[in-house]
Design a protein around this ligand. Structure first.
Ligand code: ATP
Ligand code: MG
Length: 572
């Protein structure tokens, strides 16, 4: 392919509306263009790279025994009503009616469609296990689409679904996918980590997210500095260290705190540390109000509370409910005197010797409160978000926080969908039994953005060779010289016949412009053909990543490039 014929509209300046580096560089390198919020067109270079990611994903899925299918984007509401998700999925599900007034949606995910397919076509235990996958456009009407391909509304996902006859089988399917994911992301040249994710009522560690490590990531990864424990923030457990001091014999005293409501305001006003204040959160759930107590410097982890109390819905109470539960106004809630409502408390409040709490009365707090003596707690537990320096749940180590981009998610679903949609098979005794499912997603387009997020410098993208739109760019200096063009033609043909994707920058541009573009596009190898080296029978080979330039005889180019790619692969 000659660059003069290729649609690569590069930009000199950073586009104004791009915040993260991968988005900026993909726009500048002419890989993608925005159609409207969260919806992008892939231009030739972007699409070539995307297809390379797809191909790696496809090969690893096939190697793991999954079978490729292609399911519809438009889905009828009936299936979503059967699964129960039509009413709970929320606004990310784009719903519309067809000309016959039938309700439909654009698929944000395909559990319903695949479960419907499999329940019709698979009847016997002999046909199980089965794992079906597709690489497809998904639509999610994200509230804040941003960062280019990272969080789009329309994006490409690989989604796989496994169906097993037994629990052990389902766990084996999960394990195989986990291995396939590790291979996939490794082949893509990503620095990543598999972290435990919340699996709701299924429990165990049957949900993992694959996180690409990057400061611009939207997710927080919690990992131990000592052992290999790693989890996302929702899931991360914290080891509880019981207090070593005796209960106090003090009695609570009132403090006048006019209009002083938040933890920070109370801390400033009373000149105490937020870590000595107890936050009293009143929450509304489908089973009525719940009170959660946390240390003032800690944040609530909703998922932990929901899992502990087995709740589906939870939100902060409004002033009316707070008044009903505590008898006092918003901003002055405290645990003393709360009756008939369950009270749960994070372990860490027990580390406060003398606490400050709201008095359930306007403009009043209580001081000298002993969390072990002065109020009722029905259950202590781990209800807060992990913070830097918390204790590891698995070893004596300490937890650290870092940022990541979620590129994949694997999940053991159990019988959630097969039960709702009656996907059963006949077991060896002829008994109807529910299939046990798993689902496994990879954000294919997000992988591309994440790879660039991790591999770039001031000059542009540095593609991992397997994802580069082209592996080599030939830069000819002096477009009018026959000798140079003939040499370039030969090199070009040799590289292609060795199956090395090669782009030829044949434009009549200054060398500086061509070099800058080659760097921006992130092509792993640049072969420069110019008068001087050619007179000695050489061409120049530059490695985009190491920035090393060597002189090579044209006939040695293929083997030299292959050796450099091999050494890159070995370093993965
Ligand atoms: P997130 O927490 O980032 O919104 P999710 O948990 O909703 O993701 P899943 O339903 O697990 O995502 O989808 C599988 C994969 O699809 C994710 O791991 C991610 O890589 C990708 N993905 C999800 N939403 C988007 C999006 N809006 N744009 C691009 N990729 C996405
Ligand atoms: Mg997820």
């Amino acid at each position: 392919m000659k660059l003069s014929r290729l649609l690569v509209p590069t930009l000199k300046e950073d586009p104004a509306d791009a915040e993260v580096i991968s988005h900026k560089l993909m726009l500048r390198a002419g890989m993608i263009r925005k159609l409207t919020a969260g919806i992008y067109s892939y231009l030739p270079l972007g699409y070539r790279s995307l297809r390379k990611v797809e191909q790696i994903v496809r090969e690893e899925m096939d190697a793991a025994g999954a079978q490729e299918v292609f399911l519809p984007v438009v889905q009828p509401s009936e299936l979503w009503k059967e699964s129960g998700r039509w009413d709970v999925y929320g606004k990310e599900l784009l719903r519309f009616k067809d000309r016959h007034d039938r309700e439909c949606c654009l698929g944000p995910t395909h559990e319903e469609v695949i479960t419907d397919l499999v329940r019709r076509e698979v009847r016997s235990y002999r046909d199980l296990p089965i794992n079906l996958y597709q690489i497809q456009t998904k639509f999610r009407d994200e509230i804040r689409p941003r960062f280019g391909l990272m969080r789009g509304r329309e994006f490409i996902m690989k989604d796989a679904y496994s169906f097993d006859a037994t629990e052990e089988g389902a766990e084996e399917s999960y394990r195989q996918m986990r291995v396939a994911y590790e291979k996939t992301f490794q082949r893509c040249g990503l620095e990543f980590r598999a972290v435990e994710a919340d699996s709701g009522p299924i429990g165990g560690s049957f949900s993992h997210e694959f996180m690409v490590l990057a400061d611009t990531g939207e997710d927080t990864i919690v990992s131990c500095d000592c052992c290999d424990y790693a989890a996302n923030l929702e899931k991360a457990e914290i080891r509880n260290e019981p207090p070593s001091f005796p209960p106090s014999s003090s009695t609570p005293e009132k403090a006048h705190t006019p209009n002083v409501k938040t933890v920070d305001e109370v801390a400033n006003f009373l000149k105490v540390s937020p870590a000595t204040i107890i936050k009293t959160l009143i929450l509304r759930s489908e089973r009525g109000p719940v009170v959660v107590l946390l240390r003032g410097d800690h944040e609530l982890n909703e998922v932990k509370v929901k899992n502990f109390l087995n709740l589906a819905e939870m939100e902060m109470a409004d002033a009316n409910l707070i008044l009903e539960v505590t008898g006092g106004p918003l901003g002055f809630s405290g645990p003393i005197g709360i009756h008939n409502v369950p009270v749960i408390a994070d372990h860490a409040i027990l580390t406060i010797e003398s606490a400050v709490v709201g008095a359930n009365k306007a403009d009043t707090h209580l001081v000298n409160v002993d969390p072990r003596n002065h109020f009722r707690v029905d259950n202590f537990g781990d209800f807060r978000a992990a913070t830097e320096g918390d204790l590891c749940p698995r070893c004596p180590g300490t937890l650290r926080l870092s940022k990541g981009i979620e590129v994949g998610h694997i999940f053991k679903l159990g019988v959630k969908y097969s039960k709702a949609m009656n996907a059963s098979f006949l077991d060896p005794e002829g008994k109807e039994t529910l299939m046990i499912m798993g689902c496994y997603g990879i954000g294919v387009s997000r992988v591309l953005a994440a790879a660039i997020e991790q591999n770039h410098d001031d000059d542009g993208i540095i593609f991992p060779p397997p994802l580069a739109p082209f592996t080599v760019i030939i830069t000819t200096l002096g477009a009018k010289s026959d000798a140079i063009n003939d040499a370039a033609q030969k090199v070009y043909e040799n590289l292609w016949s060795a199956n090395i994707d090669t782009l030829w920058d044949d434009r009549n541009e200054r060398p500086g412009v061509k070099f800058k573009d080659a760097d921006l596009l992130g092509i792993p190898f640049r072969v420069t053909i110019g008068q001087k080296a050619l007179a000695q029978g050489n061409v120049e080979l530059r490695n985009r990543q190491s920035k090393e330039t060597i002189l090579v005889r044209p006939e040695d180019l293929v083997s030299t490039i292959v050796a450099q790619i091999d050494s890159w692969t070995a370093g993965q």
